[in-house]
Design a protein around this ligand. Structure first.
Ligand code: GDD
Length: 409
């Protein structure tokens, strides 16, 4: 049997995702109309003999309760949320729930970061992992040398694919091959994590008896049960014939900011063409709105037939889109109203917001720049004919004048 674990973090993580993480935990923010973690979860469906999926985090249980019960019945597979009392790090959190994870006596365990967007080639990774015969196999990808330092950089053997060297977010360039945050392990991984905590405990005890040691390592005071997968496990085990790499040639993005989430929504919508074409809207401008490119529209949304929508648009539940509205490259969250002839381009419109008649909400569409897309928080009102360009607007604001390149607090 196989089980999958998704590390979802907690409210103190994901702060770069504000103001969109104010009312929904980041892992549940919708990309292509589905919660962020829905994409890895549905990729898990293709893993043979998958017994369970666990979500591990330090959010309150109730924040995930609804999603977990609906996805369990949709997948016909138990999906459980396990809450850590405090953050234990990416490997420590996983280790906390060793007994639950080992319940089904799995031969292999997938471990996925919640905040990556990719095609999740999990069955192919598992096959490669079995061929390599190591303890773990990680998904890796080549990125531009300029962006590599935001990730774990690594060197792999070109023939055997063994992980030879690993450095987490190095200051000087090591390699343009990086860690995607998607792994498959044998249960031996738990022993490796346990060893890190044991060693740390030994050192802490030593420090207590030896003031010389305390002077030598004054900053090494991580709690013994706080273990980071990258620094504490991957780096020391590289080059020991235990860890291997599987390189993806497909798309991959890390989802740390709202700007990038708009890009990821686009990537997932494009993927729907082959995986779930029934989720993509179609329209001809007669009975339904005109649809351009890849668009998702929730069945409860009401879209006027004279509206024109796409490409890269996702429209969530209970949204109302008026006559003559134009939407391009945007995420429209639940209960938003967009009134007649308004235009929204390269923007994310927060829950329950209202966009006035003939108004424009837009940005240049630079996904990486701080103000490269416009973001409206929850319940923002843009009055008729107002123009909002390259701006971030915090929840509950009313805009009756036009703004550009501003953060409205
Ligand atoms: N449950 C739980 N508890 N989850 C955690 C904790 C914790 O204490 N700490 C982190 N996580 C989760 C995060 O939600 C995320 O899904 C994953 O673990 C990794 O988070 P970080 O440890 O903050 O690392 P990162 O996202 O900056 O970078 C990691 O992922 C990159 C790929 O996206 C590293 O492994 C990089 O090397 C890698 O390139």
């Amino acid at each position: 049997k196989v089980v999958a674990v998704i590390m979802v973090g907690g409210p103190t993580k994901g702060t770069r995702f504000r103001p969109l993480s104010f009312n929904v935990p980041k892992p549940l923010f919708p990309l292509a109309g589905q919660p962020m973690i829905h994409h890895p979860i549905s990729a898990c469906k293709r893993i043979p003999n998958l017994a369970q999926i666990y979500l591990i985090g330090f959010y309150e249980e109730r924040e995930f309760a609804l999603y977990v019960s609906s996805i369990s019945s949709e997948m016909k597979l138990p999906v459980r949320y396990l809450k850590e009392e405090k953050p234990h790090g990416s490997a420590g959190g996983f280790h906390c729930f060793r007994d639950a994870i080992m319940e089904d006596n799995p031969s292999h365990i997938f471990l996925l970061n919640c905040d990556v967007c990719c095609s999740f080639p999990l069955p192919a990774m598992l096959d490669a992992h079995k061929r390599y015969g190591g303890m773990g196999t990680m998904l890796v990808i080549k990125v531009s040398p300029e962006s590599a330092s935001q990730f774990g950089e690594l060197v792999a053997d070109p023939v055997t694919n063994e992980l030879l060297h690993y450095t987490e977010k190095p200051e000087t360039f090591v390699s343009d091959l990086i860690n995607c945050g998607v792994y498959v392990f044998t249960p031996d991984i738990f022993r490796a994590i346990q060893n890190v905590s044991n060693n740390r405990e030994d050192r802490a005890n030593l420090r207590r008896v030896s003031s010389f040691e305390a002077l030598q390592f004054p900053t090494r005071t991580l709690p013994t049960d706080f273990v980071r997968l990258d620094q504490d496990i991957l780096s020391p085990l590289a080059g020991k014939k235990q860890l291997y790499t599987y390189q993806t040639m497909d798309f991959w993005q890390q989802i740390k900011t709202p700007g990038i989430s708009l890009k990821c929504s686009e990537l997932y919508l494009a993927q729907f063409r082959s995986t779930s074409p029934y989720l993509l809207a179609s329209g001809d401008g007669k009975k339904n709105a005109t649809i351009v490119g890849d668009v998702y529209i929730h069945p409860s949304a009401k879209v006027h037939p004279t509206a024109k929508i796409g490409p890269n648009v996702s429209v969530s539940a209970n949204v109302r889109v008026g006559a003559g509205v134009r939407l391009i490259s945007c995420i429209i969250l639940d209960d938003v109203e967009i009134k007649e002839n308004a235009i929204v381009i390269h923007s994310i419109i927060g829950w329950k917001s209202s966009i006035g008649r003939w108004s424009r909400v837009q940005a240049e569409g630079d996904y990486i720049a701080k103000l490269g897309i416009t973001i409206l928080g929850e319940a923002v009102t843009v009055e008729d004919e107002a123009v909002v360009i390259n701006s971030i607007v915090l929840p509950n604001k009313t805009l009756n004048v036009s703004v550009q390149d501003e953060i409205i607090l």
